[in-house]
Write a protein of this length. Structure first.
Lengths: 351, 613
């Protein structure tokens, strides 16, 4: 961590987005994480994505649980809403907030402990319910805040910093997400911002549960030679499945991409997502194929990254429940609470 | 490897060669811009620490006249200051130098010792201006005997005769000139050299010509002859004020010219009784030669500047000057940006009692015989080697305005240093080029602890601190009242804090880097990039913020593990060290780059290093 604050002064040539803001306007407070933490890179990637999407920060709510990763929402988007919840309970808070105010964009930030251990149940149900949110797991495969024990995503037989081998099977969060109905499943690497920023941007465009598993090396406890979540290991074993291009709705499409090499997905908001496949046999719209690929590649020790699965047809929670189109804070009190007479009528109809 | 492979491999920029002393020197914009390469950030830190004597001596070693320059320097360092590129005003470097001089206390114990036993070599120095005095300062500690020839009664040259004492108090000038003369220089004041041959006949081992550009330009327009009693050449008029021959001026004064001499003339006229003093320039105001701050000072005293006014006639009635007629001009610029001044047809007359002409200076070498081996080239200027300062006659050297036409004090000092090196080499029979000593440099880590650096890396958001001025009514009454009061110690610290410490360099060790991006994310001015190498133009375009300032280098690393490189645009780096604080592996470090110019006296360099520590 750093004691000196990042000075407010900035490069006069810094680009401005449609809102007249620079990247710096999307920053948060000074990070207190270890120097070189992958999580800080993810914060920077979120800042970059929001800047590029011309996102008004006050339309976004950041939610998190407990852990190193869950501290990070303080370090980006100072002007957004935020909720730092109980350990592993962020999905409930996100579900409730989303039902009450469907107009905000919900960004959940969690870690492997918060999601795969204490919050695994919560995580599963938020996916099942197709809550319209982005759920990021900053996955470093270790309990950094309690000094480096194995987490539930540590790979079997990988070693701790002290040389102990992990005896248990890892939970693969992407596999779980595809199984349980997440419509957008991707894996990124904090050390590859060029690949990560487009994934985050695409997740913002997706309506439904967008899950991002981001491998994020823990420089203090899990960046050693026998780790499978170190900078070196991930760089050496990274298998990118595709390269993403996002074409915003307002932009005209110029050239049609080459057939077979590219998958084009129209998102709910009208924008187009182009996936340039790096592996011809792979189709991210096929959940079976995605699961098989994940399993096979994992067995080879590879870390598969990119957009792994997308379902552009399934509906989100609000659509499934047929809720009112307006956020509850915009619904008049007389409609929200129609009074005793109406209640009596409803009760009577149920008798 | 086939030749094709080599071609692929060599595509893109080469890693930066940190062994080249110029690489980091260029990053220290102020020091790089200073002709004498004074270690600016070093003395600013010393001022901030209240170590004024050391700050003064560091300056003195490098520029010889810190008290004088701290008031009068043309300050090429300030427009170069990195702070100015951050949409701010530069650090008041010049006025911090004055602080060092004002508060230095007794420095006599720090001055070099002059050997009683001389080395047997005699050097003639012609003219007692800053160039000659610098040569004396550099050579006296080595045992040379220096003989100074000066037509005026006192030393200092133009610094005495042309800079009014409300800008440069006499005692400040005297102190710094005396420091050199007291080294045992044989000064022949009141001795005008009328023949170089005569001097050479005295059999000196070397002769240095530092006689300046003493002839003010004249303007031959109708009425010049008739009104000559009321028309003065600016620099001559200032000289006669300095020696107290001129004590008053007419009520209405017109100054012709837009340089710093014109500013000194108009402000002097105001103090000698002028009531309606105006400055006229033929060019547009933006093209005026005077430094912005000198124009501001004149205007603050209520002197109007009339630009686009070209004098066409001195109006004389009954043998007496009545006024000056001006043609109004308009500047037109062609596609190349070349300017032509075109009369608009309009004319104006400024009535006045006296005219001061400050339209430039010329050299005058009528006293140098043309058959003694000193060749003259274009514009009647001597042919002088740019590095060695030697003329076409071995052993005869030129410097300052005499060598290169009207410049300023700091350039004269620089020429003096170079000439002194050459004279020393010449007198010991060594090659002036091959044996020339290079600069002394060092690069030392400033890390003291996890988040501790041996320099203040906190960025100050403060605006440039204004220098307090004397009461205007009081200062306009006398030539002797210094207008600027200088910073007090508190203001000096406040201003010193604005310095970015550009000499504390970001040094990158590529094989320690794990490419975690921490430095990229924390850098406040987005200057660090991890990217694919490419040709310079292409690389500059592709950075996080395109590197458009071509005068600033890109710092390029060796290839990293991923095949990418680290490319840092030096342009706006705050030298805050956040990259080094954020780096988990110590691939970034903040290291102080020290650059000291070599002088004739090798001890000077040793002294500088001692003051820095």
């Amino acid at each position: 961590m750093t004691f000196m604050k990042k000075p407010k002064v900035r490069h006069p040539g810094l680009r401005k987005n449609e809102l007249g803001l620079t990247r710096r306007d999307y920053e948060g407070s000074l990070s207190t994480l270890c120097a070189g933490c992958g999580h800080d890179s993810i914060s920077a990637a979120i800042i970059e994505a929001c800047f590029e999407l011309d996102l008004p920060a006050h339309r976004l709510a950041k939610l998190s649980g407990i852990g190193c990763s869950s501290k990070t929402p303080t370090y980006f988007l100072n002007q957004s809403h935020g909720f730092n919840s109980v350990h592993g309970r962020m999905p409930s808070i996100a579900t409730g907030a989303n039902l009450a105010n469907r107009d905000l964009i919900y960004l959940g930030v969690s870690g492997d402990g918060d999601t795969a251990s204490i919050g695994l149940g919560q995580f599963c149900h938020a996916m099942r319910r197709r809550v319209n949110m982005i759920y990021i797991v900053e996955n470093n495969g270790t309990y950094g805040l309690t000094k480096g024990q194995f987490s539930a995503t540590s790979d079997r037989a990988s070693k701790s910093k002290k040389g102990e081998a992990n005896l248990f099977e890892a939970i693969d969060l992407c596999t779980l997400a595809i199984h349980l109905g997440a419509g957008f499943v991707a894996r990124g690497f904090s050390g590859d911002k060029a690949g990560l920023v487009p994934l985050i941007k695409a997740a913002f465009h997706y309506k439904g549960f967008a899950f991002l598993d981001i491998v994020s090396p823990c420089v203090t406890f899990n960046d050693h030679a026998a780790s499978t979540k170190s900078y070196d290991y991930v760089r050496a074993h990274n298998e990118a499945m595709d390269r993403l291009d996002l074409v915003p709705e307002r932009e005209e499409i110029i050239a049609e991409p080459e057939e077979g090499k590219t998958v084009t997905v129209r998102m709910h908001d009208g924008s187009l997502m182009r996936l340039h496949k790096l592996d011809d046999s792979y189709d991210p719209r096929d959940s079976e194929a995605a699961l098989t690929t994940l399993r096979k590649r994992y067995a080879k020790g590879q870390v598969v990254t990119g957009l792994l699965y997308i379902d552009d047809e399934d509906a989100d929670l609000h659509t499934l429940l047929n809720t009112t189109a307006e956020p509850l804070n915009a619904v008049p009190m007389s409609d929200l609470c129609p009074g005793n007479a109406e209640l009596a009528k409803i009760n009577k109809s149920l008798r | 490897m086939s030749s094709a492979d080599v071609a692929v491999k060599s595509r893109g920029m080469r890693p930066t060669n940190l062994a080249d002393p110029n690489y980091f020197h260029k990053v220290v914009d102020c020091q790089w811009a200073c002709p004498a390469h004074t270690p600016v950030p070093e003395y600013i830190r010393l001022v901030a620490q209240g170590r004024y004597a050391q700050a003064y001596m560091l300056n003195w070693e490098s520029n010889v006249f810190p008290g004088i320059l701290g008031r009068t320097c043309d300050r090429p360092c300030e427009p170069a200051c990195r702070r100015g590129r951050l949409e701010e005003k530069p650090v008041a470097i010049c006025r911090l130098k004055r602080v060092a001089a004002d508060y230095r206390g007794d420095i006599s114990g720090l001055l070099p010792r002059i050997p009683r036993k001389k080395n047997g070599k005699r050097i003639a120095l012609l003219g007692a201006g800053p160039a000659s005095l610098t040569v004396a300062r550099d050579l006296m500690p080595l045992g040379y005997k220096c003989v100074l020839f000066e037509k005026d009664a006192r030393g200092g040259g133009l610094m005495r005769t042309n800079i009014p004492s409300f800008r440069l108090p006499e005692h400040v000038l005297n102190e710094e000139v005396e420091t050199i003369l007291r080294m045992g220089v044989e000064a022949r004041f009141g001795h005008e050299v009328t023949s170089l041959k005569e001097v050479l006949d005295e059999e000196f081992d070397a002769v240095f010509v530092g006689t300046g550009a003493p002839r003010g330009k004249d303007l031959n327009i109708p009425g010049r002859e008739e009104a000559s009693a009321s028309i003065h050449i600016g620099i001559d008029w200032l000289t006669s004020i300095a020696f107290e021959h001129t004590k008053k001026v007419g009520r209405r004064v017109v100054v012709i010219g837009g340089g710093n001499t014109a500013m000194d003339c108009c402000r002097s006229a105001l103090r000698l009784g002028g009531k309606d003093v105006r400055v006229t320039v033929r060019s547009p105001r933006a093209d005026m030669k005077a430094s912005d701050w000198e124009i501001e000072d004149a205007e603050r005293e209520g002197i109007p500047v009339f630009d686009n006014h070209q004098p066409s006639e001195f109006i004389v009635e009954n043998g007496k000057l009545k006024g000056v007629r001006f043609a109004r001009m308009e500047a037109k610029y062609d596609e190349q940006g070349r300017r032509t001044l075109i009369p608009t047809g309009e004319e104006v007359v400024f009535e006045c009692d006296e005219v001061l002409m400050a339209i430039g200076q010329d050299n005058a070498f009528t006293w140098i015989e043309r058959d003694i081996g000193v060749e003259f080239g274009e514009w009647g200027m001597p042919e002088v080697d740019k590095t060695t300062m030697m003329s076409t006659r071995a052993g005869v050297f030129f410097g300052g305005d005499a060598g290169w036409g009207p410049e300023n004090i700091i350039w004269a000092v620089t020429h003096g240093h170079q000439a002194a090196i050459s004279i020393d080499l010449h007198c010991s029979g060594k090659s002036l080029e091959r044996a020339r000593p290079g600069p002394g440099t060092s690069l030392v880590s400033q890390k003291m602890g996890l988040h501790e650096w041996s320099y203040g890396n906190q960025y100050s958001e403060g605006a440039r601190v204004a220098v307090p001025h004397a009461n205007k009514r009081k200062s306009l009454r006398s030539l002797k009242v210094e207008v600027e009061l200088g910073y007090d110690e508190k203001l000096a610290v406040e201003e010193a804090e604005r310095c970015l410490n550009c000499d504390v360099q970001t040094v990158f060790v590529h094989n320690l880097c794990i490419e975690c991006d921490a430095c990229v994310d924390i850098c406040p001015v987005d200057c660090i990039n991890f990217t694919i190498n490419g040709e310079e133009a292409e690389l500059r375009r592709s950075l996080r913020v395109p590197a458009v300032n071509l005068s600033q280098d890109l710092y390029i690393s060796e290839d990293l593990k991923t095949g990418r490189i680290m490319a840092k645009d030096e342009d706006l780096c705050l030298h805050c060290g956040l990259c080094a604080e954020r780096c988990p592996t110590g691939a970034w470090d903040m290291q102080k780059f020290t650059y000291v110019e070599r002088q004739a006296n090798p001890l000077g360099q040793v002294h500088c290093m001692a003051y820095i520590k």
